[in-house]
Design a protein around this ligand. Structure first.
Ligand SMILES: [Mg+2]
Ligand SMILES: [Zn+2]
Length: 239
C-alpha cells in the first residue's frame, strides 16, 4: 500500500495564512494595504511588493522568521503527520501558493520538514540585505498555464499534482488531499474514487465543491473538518 498525502499549506496544514500573518505581526498597515489592493494586483506579486516595502522600512529577516515561528499551527496536525510518516508507507507533498521560505521555516520549527518529499510552491530567496525576494512559480513573462478551472496565474495546482505523480510513478494506491481554498479545487478534480479530499469547512473549497463538484465530475470521497484534531483523528484511523 503506497499512500500519498497532498497538503495545501495555509489554513490546511497551518492554522493561519502565512502571507497575511507576517504583516499582521510586523506591519498591520501593510496588511490593510494588501486587503485594499488584492483585487487589482496578482496575489504573489502583492506579497512580493509588500515584502519590499517592509524591508525598506527596516523590518529584518530575523523579525520575519520569528513571526513565522509563532504562527498558529495545531499540535494535533504535527502529531498526525509524524505518526503516519513513522509508519512508513505514506509520502507527503506540500502544494502551496505561499513560498518555500515561509513553509520551510515553519516546518523546520515543527520538526516536520523531513516528512515532506517535495514542497511545490512559489520561489523565494533571502538576499544578503535581508530582503526576501519572492517570485511567482510561473514567470509572468514566459508561457502561462492553460488551466480553465480557476487556478491563479502563479501556478496551476492540478498541473503540479500531475507532474509530481509523473515524477513518482507507479501510481499511488490512495491519494488524500488536505485543502481549504478555491484553488484546491483543480487538483482534486484529478483524484479517483479510491482517493479522498479532507476539505476544511466553510471556506472556498467547500463552496467550489458545492457549486461545481457534481457538474465537473468530482470522483473522490469528500470528508469535511473544522479543527486539525479531526485531521489527526482521520489519519490515525488509516491503517
Ligand atoms: Mg489554503
Ligand atoms: Zn488548475
Amino acid at each position: 500500500m503506497r499512500r500519498l498525502i497532498v497538503f495545501d499549506f495555509d489554513w490546511s496544514m497551518a492554522d493561519q495564512d502565512s502571507d497575511r500573518w507576517i504583516f499582521e505581526v510586523l506591519a498591520p498597515d501593510l496588511r490593510r494595504k494588501m486587503k485594499t489592493l488584492k483585487d487589482n494586483i496578482q496575489w504573489t506579486d502583492l506579497v512580493s511588493q509588500s515584502l519590499r516595502e517592509a524591508h525598506a522600512r527596516g523590518i529584518t529577516r530575523e523579525q520575519i522568521e520569528d513571526a513565522l515561528r509563532i504562527m498558529p499551527f495545531h499540535p494535533g496536525m504535527v502529531r498526525g503527520i509524524k505518526r503516519l510518516k513513522e509508519e512508513g508507507n505514506t509520502t507527503f507533498l506540500c502544494l502551496s501558493n505561499a513560498n518555500n521560505i515561509f513553509i520551510t521555516t515553519i516546518l523546520e520549527t515543527k520538526g516536520l520538514l523531513p516528512a515532506f518529499e517535495e514542497i511545490v510552491t512559489n520561489r523565494a530567496e533571502w538576499e544578503s540585505s535581508g530582503l526576501l525576494n519572492l517570485c511567482r512559480r510561473i514567470d509572468p513573462h514566459g508561457p502561462q498555464h492553460d488551466c480553465t478551472v480557476g487556478c491563479s496565474p502563479n501556478m496551476c495546482k492540478g498541473e503540479e499534482l500531475d507532474a509530481f505523480l509523473a515524477r513518482h510513478a507507479p501510481a499511488y494506491d490512495q491519494i488524500i488531499y488536505v485543502g481549504d481554498g478555491s484553488n484546491d479545487f483543480c487538483p482534486i478534480l484529478r483524484l479517483r474514487s479510491q482517493d479522498m479530499v479532507l476539505c476544511r469547512s466553510f471556506r472556498g473549497l467547500q463552496r467550489r465543491i458545492d457549486k461545481d463538484g457534481e457538474k465537473l465530475g468530482l470522483k473522490c470521497q469528500v470528508k469535511y473538518w473544522g479543527g486539525a484534531w479531526e485531521v489527526e483523528e482521520i489519519f490515525n484511523a488509516l491503517s
